[in-house]
Design a protein around this ligand. Structure first.
Ligand SMILES: C[S@@+](CC[C@H](N)C(=O)[O-])C[C@H]1O[C@@H](n2cnc3c(N)ncnc32)[C@H](O)[C@@H]1O
Ligand code: SF4
Length: 362
């Protein structure tokens, strides 16, 4: 079973009002070196879970990993150097536009990062303000330009307060003009426990959202992008190997405060997480909420990941023998014209109504 490494670095300059990730707005203040040490220890103590496998990909997510020093990233990467699948292994790091400078990026490439994921969200000042972001259009454009010759990806959000389909088109035209090769296009979700949850927002209605999606599909396809997952678009050869491993139901080892892991062995599939507060994790990297996934829960888990892949998966590309209970539910989906017969994946209709299709497995 393939295995990826996820490294969580929790610092953010400010808390965005829509975000429910595990973050802290405390200044980094040298704690990146202490966290790097704890993370290295954590990986070392995870050898039973790693079981001599090499990492297929590495992903530094957050929070805002670009707030950590290149030295602390280097420390972590040096410790897994011999555990990478090859010298080409995809190693991604998330950045916020304000942290992107030629010097910072050069330093990151120097310590082994070979892919950057940039949280732009929008190129409109009004929309960035509505999202409570700490960057503006100018720094968004500047950061995208700085990364133009580097394997990189842009995150955009649609469905922002007062956003129009026309403005979504403008955002997409900007990434097309700036020659971006990979895009994650997320619809704004209002998560419980966020400031947006408690606020009255003037969000675009269902019809406008549908229009935004049609515009995005047409514009992106016309300009050489292919959708390969619900929110992921890429030019040929630029798909995210790390994210594909999640959706193919590969294993991942998560390290850092609040990170999640999924590990399989001959007997069982387990999921667990690490404690969230930074100081607690630095002191104690023990796993919490360890649980075995089986039966109905496994069927749902499989459906929620595998069916996100746009073109489906050939049976020989699966990382797991699908349980009989899953296959039985799957057949019902085939009979209803929602799931593909010769591959594991959704038909055009099943993909259009993916949430309903996934309900077949509940
Ligand atoms: C952990 S953030 C990483 C990058 C960086 N911290 C940033 O925000 O620019 C990952 C991405 O998730 C997306 N995201 C976070 N919260 C979201 C929400 N409530 N709805 C839609 N997308 C969201 C954003 O596009 C964001 O770039
Ligand atoms: S910068 Fe990114 S991770 Fe941090 S609070 Fe904002 S959306 Fe969340």
């Amino acid at each position: 079973m393939p295995l990826s490494l996820y490294v969580h670095l929790p610092w953010c300059e400010t808390q965005c009002p829509y975000c429910d990730f595990s973050i802290t707005t405390e200044p980094v203040n040298g704690n990146d070196a202490r966290l790097a040490e704890a993370i290295i220890k954590d990986i070392k103590h995870s050898s039973d879970f790693i079981a001599n496998r090499k990492f297929k990909s590495v992903y530094f997510g957050g929070g805002t990993p670009s707030l950590a020093s290149n030295q602390s990233i280097k420390q972590i990467l040096d410790s897994v150097k011999d555990r990478l699948e090859s010298s080409e292994t995809e190693i991604t790091l998330e950045m916020n536009p304000n942290d992107v400078s030629e010097k910072k990026v050069e330093g990151l490439l120097g310590v082994g990062i070979n892919r950057i994921s940039l949280g732009i969200q929008s190129y409109s000042d009004q929309e960035l303000q509505a999202l409570g972001r700490n960057h503006d259009r100018k720094s968004a454009i500047q950061a995208t330009k700085t990364l133009k010759d580097i394997n990189s990806s842009i995150d955009l959000i649609y469905g922002i307060e007062k956003q129009t389909p026309k403005s979504v088109a403008k955002n997409l035209e900007t990434i097309i003009a700036l020659n971006v090769n990979h895009l994650s296009l997320y619809q704004l979700t209002i998560e419980p426990n966020t400031i947006f949850y408690k606020k009255e927002l003037l969000l675009p209605g269902e019809e406008a959202i549908e229009k935004m999606e049609v515009i995005a599909k047409n514009l992106l396809e016309k300009n050489g992008f292919e959708q390969y997952e619900v929110s992921s678009w890429s030019k040929p050869g630029y798909q995210s190997q790390h994210n594909l491993n999640y959706w193919r139901f590969g294993d991942f080892l998560g390290v850092g405060p609040g990170s999640h892991s999924k590990i399989s062995n001959q007997q069982e599939i387990i999921r667990y997480r690490k404690i969230k507060p930074l100081e607690s994790y630095i002191k104690n990297q023990k796993s919490a909420e360890l649980k075995t996934i089986a039966g109905n829960e496994l069927d749902m888990d499989l459906a929620m990941n595998l069916l996100r892949i746009k073109d489906g998966l050939q049976h020989q590309d699966l990382t797991i023998d699908l349980p009989a209970s899953f296959l039985k539910k799957y057949q019902r989906g085939v009979d209803e014209g929602l799931l593909l017969k010769d591959k594991i994946g959704a038909t055009q209709k099943g993909y259009q109504f993916l949430n309903e299709t996934i309900q077949l497995f509940f």
